[in-house]
Design a protein around this ligand. Sequence first.
Ligand code: PLZ
Length: 449
Amino acid sequence: MTLSQERILATEIPGPRSRALQERKVAAVSAGVGTTLPVYVEQAGGGILRDVDGNQLIDFGSGIAVTTVGNAAPRVVEAVQRQVADFTHTCFMVTPYEEYVEVCEKLAELTPGSHEKRSALFNSGAEAVENAVKVARHHTGRDAIVVFDHAYHGRTNLTMALTAKNMPYKHGFGPFAGEIYRAPMAYPYRWPGGPEACADEAFEAFVNTVHAQVGEDSCAAVLIEPIQGEGGFIVPPAGWLPRVADWCREQGILFIADEIQTGFARTGDWFASDHEGVVPDLVTTAKGMAGGLPLAAVTGRAEVMDSVHVGGLGGTYGGNPVACASALAAMETMQELDLPARAREIEAIFVPRLQALAQRHPERVGDIRGRGAMLAVELVSDGPGRTPDAALAGAVHRACSAEGLVTLTCGTFGNVFRFLPPLSIDDHLLSEGLDIFEAAFDRAAAGSQ
Ligand code: PLZ
């Protein structure tokens, strides 16, 4: 790795070159495309992003859970360079190539369950979700798709309909696709009957939604993120997910796990579904799978995936050979370095420190949750009152940015501070990043009492 693994503050953040680039951005890029931290990157690797002003920032975001194996990971660079020199595109639907097939073989090996599987490859997470819905409808001959409160599945027309949050994802972009129904999410911290009642009551509420609003035999699929991402890193209570999956099976409803954010070592298992032994009928993947190149997949039971007529699935770039080469190298890296274990180590480093923070700020840290290297704190203004405090999350985020720590927030109420470090980050950077976060939190909390 050529990039030194140290934080460097060479200028204020953003520095003069980044500010000049941001001016060009405003003049050339649609205002609809936002940037949370307008620091322009010129090199990245390990746990560091180096900007055009020579600053080196600690990365707690992984480009939204993508650079799981690290940025420009050595094996990925080598595989991509080789592939790009061999050929860049033929279109798999025209003249195929081995890398596509090999990625699908790897997906069959790594995704939950030992049954026979098939996959189809796409370019983005949203495209994978769209295609999972297409396959589910085609296979079942049913129309309705059930999703959950706080869900995030993408920004295309169908996936906007599947996504719960209005601003910024949906506002003014309707009308949306039909036959989408929403059930309450098993969200322990905010469950009206309290966290202990959440598993049973949320299961009952889910079944009632399907029964009363849809009708079991009209329902093609239930689509869920096993740990919700953009919606707030919401971890359902133990037992709830397997119950939902089992019930779907009894009703002939397909169970689709959207593992786009949770998949590929991120949560300390290969997939978040593995944690409770859930075996989905279909799984959508993207992000961490391909080491930073755009690649997404739908993987599922052979008879479901093969029920589609020849030519029914595809796209010009889906399973591009360079992206496939990158994915194969990324998956090998994850296996060889046992990155699920690394994610569990990261959890063990973070959780005690977040717990100490919660003890220091009982009125402001409402909840600590997540698994592996997908962790979050939910911020509130009044402790047990649970009033979301998005302003505090924003203030902590800005203070971290100024100190050279890249962080992300999320949540339906914008009040969840989330941690998604690359699994290639060194312990000393994790610890330094946490120091910065804690100091920023202490100052922001004191300033907004
Ligand atoms: N499903 C579970 O997390 C992408 C979106 C960021 P694409 N999440 C980050 C933003 O503001 O656009 C995501 C996800 C889950 C689907 C998607 C969509 O994946 O590759 O962004 O289309």
